[in-house]
Ligand binder design. Structure first.
Ligand code: SF4
Length: 138
């Protein structure tokens, strides 16, 4: 049994109301970064979002939120495709999570890419601009 948790970018979940349908579809179908669990039973431990763009000052909040997933049995944490593509702090967050939870698998990515990273960045920037009047991705 593999219990996976998902860490998403708040710009997509909290601001653009992404329901993570692509991530969940590929989790259930064991595609994309979830293909590694083929042949295993999987369970979703939970979904959390980064607290928002704080100039790279979100690690404490991310650790606290991730802790709740791990407390409830997550043995792998996937950072969403969008987070990996959009967030300038993704590598930093991955390093912090790996250090804090050496026994937990920290995986960059969720669903199979539907577009190139550049196209994803452009699309999300455009949506943020439409919704907020500015593109707040750092
Ligand atoms: S771009 Fe990075 S810091 Fe900003 S909300 Fe997304 S994950 Fe958090």
């Amino acid at each position: 049994m593999k219990r996976t948790g998902i860490l998403a970018c708040a710009n997509t979940t909290k601001i653009l109301d992404c329901a993570l349908s692509s991530c969940l579809r590929d989790l259930y179908d064991k595609k994309g970064e979830f293909a590694r669990y083929k042949g295993l039973e999987t369970e979703l431990a939970g979904i959390i979002s980064c607290p928002g763009c704080l100039g790279g000052l979100a690690p404490d909040a991310i650790l606290a939120k991730t802790h709740s997933l791990i407390r409830y049995g997550a043995d792998a944490i996937h950072l969403t495709y969008c987070l990996v593509v959009l967030c300038p702090y993704a590598e930093k967050y991955i390093a912090i999570l790996k250090k804090a939870y050496p026994k937990v698998e920290i995986v960059p990515g969720t669903h199979k890419p539907h577009t190139s990273p550049e196209q994803t960045r452009d699309a999300v920037s455009r949506f943020l601009l439409q919704k907020l009047g500015q593109n707040i991705i750092p």
